[in-house]
Design a protein. Structure first.
Length: 89
């Protein structure tokens, strides 16, 4: 699970940086749905880091509000799973 989380967050980070570079060069862009999906699949922290470091998508509410919301939900779900796990077994 840790390897998956590392890889999906690294992917989110790289996708955000790549999209910024493509935007600067007026090239084909990475769809916003792909960036959001990467965050939903567990890469929210990496995607947020990429957004902040590249200063990309920082004026879009879908990103500056949506990504932290996704991350918060993921943390809450993880805490619930970890705390309820012993009760369910």
């Amino acid at each position: 699970m840790l390897v998956y989380l590392f890889l999906i967050n690294a992917l989110g980070f790289v996708l955000m940086l790549a999209d910024k570079r493509k935007a600067q060069k007026n090239r084909w862009r990475i769809p916003e749905s792909t960036l959001i999906a990467t965050a939903i699949l567990g890469g929210s922290l990496g995607t947020i880091a990429g957004m902040r470091i590249a200063r990309h998508k920082t004026k879009h509410p879908k990103f500056y509000l949506g990504l932290p919301f996704i991350f918060a939900v993921q943390v809450i779900v993880a805490v619930l799973i970890l705390s309820l796990g012993p009760l369910l077994s």
